[in-house]
Design a protein around this ligand. Structure first.
Ligand SMILES: NC(=O)c1ccc[n+]([C@@H]2O[C@H](COP(=O)([O-])OP(=O)(O)OC[C@H]3O[C@@H](n4cnc5c(N)ncnc54)[C@H](O)[C@@H]3O)[C@@H](O)[C@H]2O)c1
Ligand SMILES: O=C(O)C[C@H](O)C(=O)O
Length: 320
């Protein structure tokens, strides 16, 4: 059986890390693409030269011509710019929207059957625009954010309780911005919801709120430390988890920015919700019940994403 083909559109900090992880996990042959000619070729060659040491088999190539992604099974999109200290993700909208138009055209022409994972920020608006620019089926275009935000929440909780990260589950829903919604009631330690752990005296409500706020600020914390760009190891690992679930039909339950057509009362938008990813792409959107407070937080987040989509239409009226 031929190997899967994975196209990485954008070969910067996340793109290079994605290529390395996809190689180490033997997910398939890898094509790195970037407009900065030489970068995808150089990173591809460098990672390929690690394969004899690491013991993985994969062809890694780099290109600046979309023809190279022809027939890709998975495309992971990181093309665009990242924020620097003092900027919000939303400040990237204008420049990255233009990039999504080019990327969408390239995918439409050369990889129309791919499962497409968008990472470029501001995430929920960019994946929405990318789906429209590419014309690919909505269940085959998804945004990565919830896996990352939930992973951050899981790490902070495991550190707070001094337990293994493996025994902590978390769901962060809504848009990937300051209004994201980490859900304490649907996050657990050893299967026990955080709300019960508060009652059991493991953590105070106030301390839990601090951890939730640190999760919301997780991206900005790293931008502030790095100063030259944003997080890339955890974002890459998160997207690889999604790609692997698709390629191996694992049917993982993962929070992702998925196209909503009435679920959660939302129409024609991408917002972070629990999904099942398998060979059919987004095979199912799980609709959990919200309390009044959770619903209000989710609605606020959806409104923020809607504002960004409107801003996109203002720049590119064809998106309407
Ligand atoms: N969704 C998330 O959770 C999440 C997490 C981290 C970063 N991000 C976002 O991911 C994006 C990439 O981050 P990064 O750290 O890899 O940035 P980076 O600057 O290191 O890499 C981006 C790459 O895109 C390339 N590029 C720019 N315009 C292009 C075009 N038109 N076509 C093809 N390639 C193009 C650049 O040459 C660069 O190599 C940013 O928008 C960042 O905000 C999102
Ligand atoms: O914070 C950023 O700008 C990058 C990304 O969205 C993140 O959450 O790390």
């Amino acid at each position: 059986m031929a190997r899967n083909k994975i196209a990485l559109i954008g070969s910067g900090m996340i793109g290079g890390t994605l290529a390395h992880l996809a190689g180490l996990k033997e997910l398939g042959d890898i094509v790195l693409f970037d407009i900065a000619d030489g970068v995808p070729q150089g990173k591809g060659l460098d990672i390929a030269q690690s394969s004899p040491v690491e013991g993985f088999n994969a062809n890694l190539t780099g290109a600046s011509d979309y023809a190279a992604i022809e027939g890709a099974d998975v495309c992971i999109v990181t093309a665009g710019v990242a924020r620097k200290p003092g900027m919000s993700r939303d400040d990237l909208l204008g420049i990255n929207l233009k990039v999504m138009e080019q990327v969408g055209a390239g995918i439409k022409k050369y990889a129309p059957n791919a499962f497409v994972i968008c990472i470029t920020n501001p995430l929920d608006a960019m994946v929405w625009a990318l789906q429209k620019f590419s014309g690919l089926p909505r269940n085959m275009v998804v945004g990565m954010a919830g896996v990352l935000d939930s992973s951050r929440f899981r790490l902070f909780l495991s550190q707070e309780f001094n337990v293994s990260v493996q025994d902590v589950t978390a769901f962060v829903l809504g848009g990937h911005g300051d209004t994201m919604v980490p859900l304490a009631r649907y996050s657990t330690v050893g299967g026990i919801p955080l709300t019960d752990l508060v009652k059991m005296g493991w953590v105070t409500k106030e301390r839990l709120e601090e951890i939730i706020q640190r999760t919301r600020d997780g991206g900005a914390e790293i931008v502030g430390l790095l100063k030259t760009g944003s997080a890339y190891y955890a974002p890459a690992a998160s997207a690889i988890e999604m790609a692997e679930s698709y390629l191996k039909d694992k049917k993982r339950v993962l929070p992702c920015a998925a196209y909503l057509s009435g679920q959660y009362g939302v129409n024609d938008m991408y917002v972070g919700v629990p999904t099942i990813i398998g060979a059919g792409g987004i095979e199912r959107i799980i609709e959990v019940e919200f309390t009044k407070a959770e619903q209000e937080a989710f609605d606020k987040s959806v409104a923020a994403v809607a504002g960004l989509c409107e801003a996109c239409v203002g720049i590119a009226p064809s998106l309407k």
